[in-house]
Design a protein around this ligand. Structure first.
Ligand SMILES: C[S@@+](CC[C@H](N)C(=O)[O-])C[C@H]1O[C@@H](n2cnc3c(N)ncnc32)[C@H](O)[C@@H]1O
Length: 283
């Protein structure tokens, strides 16, 4: 057997690594998303704005629309609309998240493959844009155009919820946040990397990689090229787009000084190396 064909055989018989067998969307959901927590927060923020529970949700940049699927579990009147441009991601959500719901819950989830800047009817009580997704819009004009469309997609008693991140660590190129998501032989680690940050333009790129116990990796499974927006800039753009108020929800600490998963409106906060918060805008 010649050298070439023996190396071909070796290739053919190479044992698949854990990375080869992994599903990047599943790894993402397990590492990044906490849909139960998100919908609980939407209820809190809506109640604090209007004194009652919301019924309808629109999830912009919904990806695999895990949040929509969680929302419809919370009551048989609740409906959710997921909007995303990416057919592959929506399809994964249909095959996995939607398929895991009961038939009646499935009927209350609607999906549209389109740009989030389009207006749709009926309007909703809560419009969510999670995981910093609107940072894809890099100019004030683009963000304001998006916020105007988002506002038009809300009922008169409606809120828009988005998350924000910041702190000195987020501006440091090469910074990696590592977390073990699943322990044991079939476990994996999540790596969030700050690839670049330009102090003049605030262009920032990030990636998510997954590392498995056999040493294999899904390197840069997801990559984001964003504008690094600040809280005051976003609140100013919300006001310019017509929102009547906006509130920052900062995370409370538990008795050990750790993040508690509880959020409260705040007007100022201490400087920390890395933070995540919500901005809630009232239509
Ligand atoms: C960072 S992922 C967020 C996924 C999910 N919302 C989450 O919280 O984890 C961003 C998603 O936005 C979608 N996207 C980017 N630009 C878009 C646009 N203009 N309109 C609709 N979807 C868009 C991408 O296809 C991708 O699924």
């Amino acid at each position: 057997m010649g050298k070439q064909s023996s190396s071909k055989n070796a290739k053919r018989t190479r044992k698949k690594t854990q990375a080869d067998k992994a599903d990047k969307f599943l790894c993402y959901q397990k590492s990044v998303q906490s849909a139960e927590h998100e919908v609980e927060f939407f209820d809190q923020a809506y109640k604090e704005a209007f004194g009652r529970k919301p019924v309808t949700l629109r999830e912009d940049f919904c990806g695999t629309f895990a949040v929509c699927c969680e929302w419809v579990k919370l009551g048989n009147k609740r409906t959710a609309l997921g909007v995303d441009l990416c057919d592959e991601t929506l399809q994964w959500g249909k095959d996995n998240n939607l398929a895991a719901l009961s038939k009646t819950q499935q009927k209350r989830v609607r999906l549209i493959e389109q740009d989030v800047r389009k207006r749709n009817r009926p309007r909703v009580d809560v419009l969510a844009a999670q995981n910093f997704s609107f940072w894809i819009f890099k100019t004030r004009a683009e963000v304001i155009e998006y916020f105007k469309a988002a506002r038009a997609n809300l009922n008169s008693e409606g809120i828009m919820v988005m998350d924000m991140m910041g702190g000195g660590d987020c501006l440091e190129e090469g910074q990696v946040d590592k977390r073990t998501i699943k322990k044991g032989k079939k476990g994996f680690d999540y790596h969030w990397k700050q690839i670049s940050f330009d102090p003049i333009t605030h262009d920032a790129s990030f990636s998510i990689s997954f590392k498995f116990k056999d040493g294999s990796k899904l390197k840069h499974a997801f990559r984001y090229d964003w504008r690094f927006w600040s809280i005051p800039e976003v609140r100013e753009m919300l006001a310019e787009a017509g929102f009547s108020e906006s509130h920052v929800y900062w995370e409370l600490e538990d008795e050990d000084g750790e993040d508690s998963g509880e959020w409260e409106r705040a007007d100022s906060a201490d400087s920390v190396a890395c933070w995540i918060c919500y901005i809630v805008a009232i239509r």
